[in-house]
Each structure stands twice: as C-alpha cells, then as structure tokens.
Design a protein around this ligand. Sequence first.
Ligand SMILES: C[S@@+](CC[C@H](N)C(=O)[O-])C[C@H]1O[C@@H](n2cnc3c(N)ncnc32)[C@H](O)[C@@H]1O
Length: 244
Amino acid sequence: MSAACPAILPGHLRGLRRTTGSVRVRYFRCNATDDLLARRGSVYESIYQDMDRDVGLEIAEKSHKDAPRVPGDGWFYGELSWEGMYDLISLAQPEEGDVFLDMGSGLGKMVLSTAMTRCFKECRGVEILPELAQKASAALERLAQELDPEEFASLPRISLVEGDMFGADVSDADIVYCFATCLTAEVLQGFIWKVEAEMKSGARLLIISKQVESDYFDPWIVPYKSVEQAHSKWNLDCFLYVHK
Ligand SMILES: C[S@@+](CC[C@H](N)C(=O)[O-])C[C@H]1O[C@@H](n2cnc3c(N)ncnc32)[C@H](O)[C@@H]1O
C-alpha cells in the first residue's frame, strides 16, 4: 500500500491515493470518488443483505424484552441510508487520519460505511445490546470476506464492540456520531456532560434529533442537515457542533 501525501499535491488534486496489489482506492479530500462509492455501495448491500432495518429493530426489541439495559425507548433501532450516511459525514469535513466514533452503533452500518468510504485512521462503534453487537461483528467479517485481502487491509482500523457508550473513550475522536432520537432526557443529559468533558477541541459532534445547548460547543460551519433514513420517507434532523 502506498499513500500519496496530500501536503505535496497541488490544492485541486489534494487527496489520498492508496494503491493495493489489484485494487486502486481513490479518495479526494477524504471523500470517495464516484467510482469507489459505487463499488463499495454494492459491497455494503451485499454484507447487509439479510440485515435491514426491520431485522435490526426486531433484534433490539427482543433483546430489550429479555434483558432491559437502557431506560425508556433508548434501545430503539434505526439507521440512515447509505447516501444519507455518506452525505452527513462529508459535512463534518473529515480529514485523512481522523478517528470516527459511533455512540450506539447498532448493526455497525455507520461505522462500516464510513470506513469503506473515507481515509480515516480508525472507525469505532460501541453498542449496548449484545445481539446487535454480534450482528455488527458478523457484518465486519463478511466485509473482510467480500474484499480482496489487500483492499481490506487498506481500510481504516475498524472496531465494533459491545458496551455502554458511557464507558467509551471519546478523547481521540475527531467525529463523534450519536443517533439520539430515542434517548431519554436523562440519558441525553449524561451524554452531553460526557462529550463536553471528554471530546477534544475541534472535534465535531453529529447528533440526530437532539439539539445541544452547551458552553462547550459551537454550531459547526454547517449546523444542520435533514438526513435520509434507510427505511422511511421521513427524514430526521441532524445537528452538527464543534467542541470549542
Ligand atoms: C437508532 S440506533 C442507531 C444505530 C447506528 N448508530 C446507526 O446509525 O446505524 C441507536 C442505538 O443505540 C444503542 N444504545 C442506546 N443506548 C446506548 C448506550 N448507553 N450505550 C451503547 N449503545 C446504546 C441502541 O441499542 C441502538 O442500537
């Protein structure tokens, strides 16, 4: 694998090019080229072919019934479309070497789609429901099988773990994402205290359905995006912030 250093390329060509044995992986300012996006989109479809949103919701509902781990409807499973995820992350202006973290990563779709389309250093997710976390790990295994080994090795480091997001390390993350639609007010407040205290300066917080009023965050350059869900014609609100 070789990576052209963006710093030595003219501004309009700046980006990352990774060349593996048989597959050329191209990024432009950490965004995938159209060709890469289309190719990886097909792989994404394939690895999640039997894990659509309704399957995720069913698994989450049963898991919560068997052993409740979060208050209220915090277990409720939802996801964005492939395009919705890609467009949203673009707004956060990711850069080569960034770290991405999904707090409540469900089936791992946001983590894997981001890892498949960006030149991040690492993409991580933490999910409290074991059954969803297991499916996320299975999807990661499928991704490893679907891609040529060298192409898989060229992806960012990927980690999808079972656990409580309140125990997750957010200190090195450049982009923190939380699909917070169904979090209770108390959980949301705890989440805000955590990211206020632990996120680094300049890191972006992308949060679905909730607005954050905090002395520690400013609205990001693009402070709002209406985002497309995978399973519904209803878009959701996403609010974007930057840690001061
Ligand atoms: C709406 S889903 C979003 C899934 C994923 N982030 C995505 O965008 O595709 C929210 C997820 O957060 C998880 N969750 C809720 N509270 C959590 C907590 N305290 N720690 C970790 N995960 C949590 C839920 O179980 C659920 O899978």
